[in-house]
Design a protein around this ligand. Sequence first.
Ligand SMILES: C=CC1=C(C)c2cc3[nH]c(cc4nc(cc5[nH]c(cc1n2)c(C)c5CCC(=O)O)C(CCC(=O)O)=C4C)c(C)c3C=C
Ligand code: FES
Ligand SMILES: [Fe+2]
Length: 417
Amino acid sequence: MAFRLPAASALRPLARSLGASRNAPRQQLRWLAIPAHPVAVGSKGPTAMVFLNMGGPSTTDEVGDFLSRLFADADLIPLGRLQNYIGPFIAQRRTPKIQKQYAAIGGGSPIRKWSEHQCAEMCKLLDEISPETAPHKPYVAFRYANPLTEEMYNRLLADGFGNGRGGRAVAFTQYPQYSCSTTGSSLNELWKWRQRLEGKAGPLEDGKDGTIQWSVIDRWPVHPGLIETFASNIEKTLAEYPEERRKDVVLLFSAHSLPMTVVNRGDTYPAEVAATVYAVMQRLNFSNTYRLCWQSQVGPQPWLGPQTQSSVEEYIAKGQKDLVLIPIAFTSDHIETLFELDQEVIGESGHADTVKRVESLNGNPIFIKALADLAKSHLNNGIACSAQMGLRCPGCKSERCLESKKFFAGQITLPGQ
Ligand SMILES: C=CC1=C(C)c2cc3[nH]c(cc4nc(cc5[nH]c(cc1n2)c(C)c5CCC(=O)O)C(CCC(=O)O)=C4C)c(C)c3C=C
Ligand code: FES
Ligand SMILES: [Fe+2]
């Protein structure tokens, strides 16, 4: 299989939009250098790199379907035996409100644009730094929006993976911190489509029965490249404050909250988000004081707090008006940054000049290099998934979790890979 890459000249505008200056010396652009010839197939290639994420509606017309899938997902919102009745009902009632929010951020979620960009750029870097597993072919699988997992899997098969031909695919979660409601749900969905489209082969003995050989990057909360990207973005935002006020700015890390039922089930996400925050603060030498807050609660049940919006209001009421918000649990812009943080939390704070948000990771070259570094280590280490992924939550009663974890942990990777 040979995948043709565009000529380097075609990619120069992209390199420049990622911050590379027109006259930058070749040295500085090294990590961006893209081979102008088709990438050779390495001894262990080709490799499919599949980004997993929740996705979002690209247009307001897609909001209804996005919410229907989201409220049908028992790994995210368990509604028991009534899931198929209550789910669509809530989704339908919520659609007009959420459509207005997407209209207010330009008519749709940018998650697809950023995910496809990040994955494609990471694969180009991998072709350079991991030639033995080249070519690396980018795929995106969303849980609730196009391209859905089923569509991605059919593309994999059409592109020459599986169907008796084997091949290696890496499921790479784009949630740095693992939650059973996010990465867990995406993996359960991937496992479901793998069973439907490739049969019930079960744990393989030699990885050579012709099905796709999967491995999983399931969490990366303290990867140095991730931490560096957050820290340098924070430094950039802190530099916007007058020097005499800078060290007194309070850093407010904000992550999507979880219902307390999920926290008490033993979900690892709160601890992993806290680990990311602590690593970023270590990298900043604890230059400022900080708190971790939680946003985007939905519905009446108790969620993990303190809430981001009330924390901002309470600090302002205490006289602390210099606040920097840092979305810490998502790798691109989405409705929670562009609408909830920018328009609601900051917009309604009455202090939009002193309450600021750091930019999201989006197309940041340091971040894309971090993704490539992470993927390269994974491709080399021969591990099917982290040991941590094998341990279910103490309160887990889900057969889906049990079966999909068994499947992914049982995938055998080849020695030396
Ligand atoms: C790390 C990120 C996220 C976690 C953890 C998470 C858990 C979680 N979410 C809901 C319910 C909803 N989430 C919705 C949208 C949404 N959620 C995340 C991220 C996480 N969710 C993002 C990035 C988005 C927006 C996507 C975009 O298009 O930009 C929604 C839909 C919007 C709404 O109706 O308000 C719901 C509902 C639960 C119940 C949950 C944990 C169990
Ligand atoms: S809910 Fe956490 S492992 Fe099943
Ligand atoms: Fe959510």
